[in-house]
Design a protein around this ligand. Sequence first.
Ligand SMILES: Nc1ncnc2c1ncn2[C@@H]1O[C@H](COP(=O)(O)OP(=O)(O)O)[C@@H](O)[C@H]1O
Ligand SMILES: [Mg+2]
Length: 428
Amino acid sequence: MESKTHIENDSSLKNAEQQIKRRTEEYKTLHEITKVLQKPDDLKTMLTNALTTLIGFQELEVEHKAGIFLIDSEQRVLNLLCTVGEFGEEFMEKEKQIPYGACLCGKAAVSGEFLTSDSCFSDARHEHTFKGMTDHGHYIVPLKNDDKVIGVLFLYTDKNPPWYIRKQEILVSICGLMAGAIVASLREQEIHEKNDQLKELNELKNKFLGIASHDLRNPLYLIKTFSEVMKDGTMGEVNKRQGESLQKIYNASLFMQDLLENLLDISQIESGKIDINKELQDFNACAQQQIELIQLLADKKKIKLNFDPGDLPEVPFDTRSINQVLGNFIGNAVKFSPPESKVLITTEKLDDSVRLSVHDEGPGLSEGDQQKLFQEFQTLTARPTGGEKSTGLGLAICKKLIHLHKGQVGVSSELEKGSTFYFSLPLS
Ligand SMILES: Nc1ncnc2c1ncn2[C@@H]1O[C@H](COP(=O)(O)OP(=O)(O)O)[C@@H](O)[C@H]1O
Ligand SMILES: [Mg+2]
């Protein structure tokens, strides 16, 4: 009696030990597969690695042969994505694509149910046969994401294998992980493709912009020049009505010229055709020069530009680009501010950059407008106060030019309380 109890204890201890060993192996496999699925491999490599790990999981007692089909629900077919183990040429050719409902995998795709099959010879559902096929059993597991079958995984086993419910549960969890990874990977692939398409379209747009604005330049120049001399009476007297019409033609040609120049700038910057020649130089002197130029325009609105330069070291920048940025930042302050207001321009040295700010007493910008600033073709709530031209491209160009210098642009503003536009340039 005593010895029997001893044997029982002994065997239940062994049982428990075995259980612990199994669970440890299960967790290890799950962990390994999760790791494989998280790697940034392409879908086929990722799933092949996951399958290899899966068939190495001893508790499953499967053969070294497995594969995965992905479902094309529109065409109602299953496409073989990857296999591990040895499969003959005939198998690979015939199973490359199978219809819904065909053989075991096609059936699991339709029903979404987990299938086990004892023997490929005696199971009537196993319809496909191949030369030299030896008797084997199968696990067929639908790969489900949010209850939608997106693929089918098949594993070869010996014929009439022991089917334990525990094994099936583990397989279902692993296949759930795989399905999630497949969906994520397919989505990522789709985003990549869309991105490439967008890039291509953007390049095409730039090319088109470049050609169109280039070819329009000359005829526009003619319209501008002739309307200018005609309206001034240089080519013979014009009456009042003719003079007014010619003035309108001339104004429109100025606007178009501005727009064309901006479009050309954008297409050149975006297609990387712009030359940025950075030279170490005096930033304050450059600002001063632009301020003096813009003051001539500001005089028409009796707007006073004040400059308060900080102590700055020399800064590397491309003069032409920065003049353009200064022209637009300070030009905007004049353009959108009421007559007789003041504009203050300051410069300062920050940790590893210099910053120029333009403070104005204009209408300011709402939160919504601030979000849209610096994007192309944004003519926002504030309109020019002296009949100036507005294309909504200036700030977009400025941002691109400053980014080419690895600097930053920004604005702080409140409605009716003026705006401060600033940009920074790195010191090195
Ligand atoms: N200093 C400013 N104060 C108020 N609004 C401004 C200011 N600067 C720019 N904006 C707004 O941002 C828009 C875009 O400016 P920008 O890109 O330079 O184009 P544009 O000067 O051709 O209108 C302007 O149309 C205007 O509504
Ligand atoms: Mg502007």
